[in-house]
Design a protein around this ligand. Sequence first.
Ligand SMILES: *[C@@H]1O[C@H](CO)[C@@H](O)[C@H](O)[C@H]1NC(C)=O
Length: 352
Amino acid sequence: MSTLIAIRDAALTAGGEYSPAKEKAANRGIYNGRSPLLHRRVKQLLGGLKFKLLFCLSLLCLVVWFSSKIGPFMGWDPDLSSSISVPNRGSYTVLINTWKRNSLLKQSVAHYASCSGTDAIHVIWSESDPPSDQLRAHLKNIVLKKSQTAHKPNFRFDLNEEDNLNNRFKPISDLRTDAIFSVDDDVIVPCRTLDFSFTVWQSAPHTMVGFVPRMHWLDEEKNGMAHYKYGGWWSVWWMGTYSMVLTKAAFFHQKYLDLYTNKMPSSIHDYVMRERNCEDIAMSLLVANATDTPPIWVKGKIYEIGSSGISSLNGHSDKRNKCLNDFVSLYGTMPLVSTNVKAVEARNEWFW
Ligand SMILES: *[C@@H]1O[C@H](CO)[C@@H](O)[C@H](O)[C@H]1NC(C)=O
């Protein structure tokens, strides 16, 4: 009681006359927005909020990026779904074309033997000397050891004495699958990617399905003769269009082995043998002519384990241009069909 009176007295002496309203107004002053102290605190608070928002946003970006790298997210467990989607409904024959590179051959046979969809592995051998007994035994052993399934893949060499690129598309008499996966001895496609591309092929079994797209375009027309250009990876990347997939890593139906060897004009065989090139362009034209449809490019990382290969040699693109035009003039029309479709694995692409 006495202190209260004392404060009142003090207020009275300081402001002259005491008024409760005046006191209230003075007290409120501390809390009104115009006070510099409060202004600063609100600013600080908002600044912190902005920072937190930014932080959360970058965290989200990181999560999105990371999950796109590792796959499993939101319950899309790749192991679970691949065990469902790799069925006994079908399997494929791996056709490996090799030439004097036994160490690469051992690596790729070991790899493809480990893929659960592999029914058989055929190695196309094109040398005057047959593979040594040691190499045969070694590869047979690798296949048995690496295979993850109860049913062990068949392993066989398909022997040819002459070095002829047409050998890689010779018909195989006792095939157990319609699907052929044609691959170079230095190309590794991870099993999961391979299985996915196999399911793409199953939905379009008359089409070529592969990982290495190439394109063509009309360059010029001289006195009624169209001249085409062959476009490599950078052209495909730039245009987003392609009309071929190369047989260095592609699925196709086994019926095309017979068509290639027995129905394709023999002038194309001669050309491929003479030039030691363009068997893949010939196959692309053959399938396009038979189906009137484009191939399908599948998204997926593939690995080349050997040296850079022939496509890095000088004059390669001239040779490819010439092949394309010579073959097209044999067909009389351009059979290739261009497309922009790319098959991607949806469980890796949930962010759209
Ligand atoms: C292209 O396809 C047509 C129609 O299927 C066929 O008659 C023709 O022989 C094919 N051309 C070549 C060069 O294979």
